[in-house]
Design a protein around this ligand. Structure first.
Ligand code: FES
Ligand SMILES: [Fe+2]
Length: 324
């Protein structure tokens, strides 16, 4: 493959998140376990901050964090009748972000509301869509959650954009070089908007059992592994926050129909630990990479297609005025 021209390099080098908005994706903003019933939890997201409100019945909403009055952080508020009460002058917001009024003082201006993100809770994660309407379904497996034994963690926090973690899914060569894994039967289907990778993988220092598996990338930040031959699949998704950082979440999920009940918890825990070890090898590289694509080889074809996809992916930032 000949060296790309400057115009081609620009076409292949995604702008940092925040430049022209953020990719319109489903992002995990918190672990389900971080938000108890009848409580509010604050977290950094995109270039600002959101609160996750969990009503007494368990439903969650993700809202801009700052009170519309003078900007107090609503994560410091308290929950009354499934509404958040601002700690400062006690303005009250319902789960849709609508301000219901003030418990003291003047009448609140009509139509005062927080930004409410489209929200879903799946597989131990609370997901928010960066946009007014989701453009695809939240990442999931086809089974019901009761059909799997799963464990969900925040596995890493790195300087860099979410797509870098997804690039590793396509970058089959690094599985051999960085992780020392045996990889074969690779079938990479990278089309304009759809990225699927089948392979046989195993070995390495951590003794990964040999397995076949299918990976599908969703948006620019999530991957769902499915049909894994050992009966344990994974999902991971990265969330941009702060000044160019990403939090990476991992779900490890074993199928009750494949793994005996007496060993499934241990098997999921062991598999999760191996993923943590693999990701710990990736993070120092992701942290310090100065991403460039001016010398690529024929094996990098999938990477180039993915980079084109990421570079052209729609961005917006409808919550900009309210979360920062
Ligand atoms: S800052 Fe929230 S009510 Fe005044
Ligand atoms: Fe990796």
């Amino acid at each position: 493959m000949s060296s790309p021209t400057m115009a081609e390099k620009n076409r292949l080098t995604p702008k940092p998140q925040g430049v022209g908005g953020f990719d319109e994706c489903w992002y995990p903003v918190a672990l389900s376990s971080e938000v108890a019933r009848g409580s509010v939890h604050g977290c950094e997201f995109l270039d600002g901050r959101v609160v996750v409100l969990r009503a007494g019945g368990g439903e969650v909403s993700v809202l801009s964090a700052y009170c519309r009055h003078l900007g107090a952080d609503l994560a410091d508020g308290d929950i009354r009748d499934d509404c958040i009460r601002c700690p400062f002058h006690h303005w009250v917001y319902d789960a849709s972000g609508q301000c219901l009024g003030s418990e003291v003082g003047d009448r609140v201006p009509h139509g005062t509301s927080l930004f409410a993100f489209p929200t879903q809770e799946r597989w131990g994660l609370i997901w928010a869509f960066n946009g007014r309407e989701p453009t695809y379904n939240v990442p999931t497996w086809e089974e019901d959650e009761s059909e799997r034994c799963y464990s969900t963690i925040m596995v890493a926090d790195y300087r860099g954009d979410p797509f870098l973690a997804m690039l590793n899914v396509i970058d089959v060569q690094h599985l051999r070089s960085l992780h020392g894994l045996d990889v074969s039967d690779i079938d990479l289907k990278t089309e304009d908007e759809s990225f699927h990778v089948d392979m046989t993988i195993g070995g390495g220092d951590m003794g990964l059992p040999t397995m076949t598996r299918h990976a599908q990338i969703l948006g620019t930040n999530s991957v769902v592994y499915s049909r894994t031959s050992i009966g344990i699949d994974m999902m991971s998704a990265a969330t941009p926050y702060g000044d160019g950082r990403s939090r990476l979440y991992l779900v490890t999920a074993g199928l009750h129909s494949v793994i005996p009940a007496e060993s499934i918890v241990q098997k999921v825990a062991d598999r999760q630990r191996m993923s943590e070890d693999v990701i710990a090898q990736d993070i120092p590289v992701l942290e310090r990479i100065r991403f460039r694509v001016d010398k690529v080889t024929s094996s990098d074809r999938g990477i180039v297609t993915f980079l084109q996809f990421v570079t052209n992916y729609p961005r917006s930032h409808p919550s900009a005025a309210l979360i920062a």
